[in-house]
Write a protein that binds this ligand. Structure first.
Ligand code: AMP
Length: 224
């Protein structure tokens, strides 16, 4: 929830939709910072588990390396655990969840039990051709999760994370053959969520081909 200047309280449960590489992660982080709510990325949670060698990480990696979705049962469990944390009381920005209709349905039914709902679903819209070009230039820090781009978002020192000084890499799941698979999976399993949230009257689309600052401005207008 957010207290507006007029004293009214506004809920801030936000879902970011969009193909992998559409820039929803970058925007989600900025929204979280501006509105003071946590940024929750299921992809980051899985990657942290892979790095720490947990059983969850080992299981998730099998799917992630193939460009496939981690099964709903596993994903829903980690997400529901995370949103129970105290820092989520005032809302959150979900980045990469839900990715299937069953995931959205579980989230809705859990929120309903609390008398709550998803307030905004923001679709960052980018055509597939742009996505393939963008993702092959993406570089990530596996230590702190920061992402960069060889053309659009360069780190101060080539190949090194600005935030923690670790080496930047092309994530296995950003490699071109995996990206193509991820786009197919996106169109088949995740895109139907656009209609799902349209029906729930919480869908807003922004043109994700614009500069990140312009995309963010458009999102802030929606959330105002
Ligand atoms: P991301 O960083 O959001 O692009 O996620 C990277 C990978 O993690 C995806 O390609 C999936 O394999 C897995 N993943 C992340 N979020 C989900 C989700 N909500 N459902 C299933 N798999 C997911």
């Amino acid at each position: 929830m957010r207290t507006l200047a007029c004293g009214k309280v506004q809920d801030m449960k936000i879902i970011m939709l969009g193909a992998p590489g559409a820039g929803k992660g970058t925007q989600a982080k900025r929204i979280a910072e501006k509105f003071g709510v946590p940024h929750i990325s299921t992809g980051d949670i899985f990657r942290a588990n892979i790095k720490n060698g947990t059983d969850l990480g080992k299981e998730a990696k099998k799917y992630m390396d193939e460009g496939q979705l981690v099964p709903d049962e596993l994903t829903v469990r980690i997400l529901l655990d995370r949103v129970k944390d105290k820092d989520c009381e005032k809302g959150y920005v979900l980045d990469g969840f839900p990715r299937t209709i069953p995931q959205a349905e579980v989230l809705d039914s859990e929120l309903k039990k609390l008398g709550e709902k998803v307030d905004y679903a923001i679709d960052v819209d980018v055509p597939d051709e742009n996505i393939i070009h963008r993702m092959s230039g993406r570089r990530a820090c596996l230590k702190c999760g920061a992402t960069y781009h060889l053309e659009y978002l360069k780190p101060a020192k080539e190949g090194i994370c600005d935030k923690c000084g670790s080496e930047l890499v092309l994530r296995d799941d950003d490699k071109p053959e995996t990206v193509k698979k991820r786009l197919t999976v996106y169109h088949e399993q995740t895109q139907p969520l656009i209609d799902y949230y349209k029906k729930a009257e919480v869908l807003h689309s922004v043109d994700g081909t614009k500069e990140p600052d312009q995309v963010f401005e458009a999102i802030v207008e929606i959330l105002k």
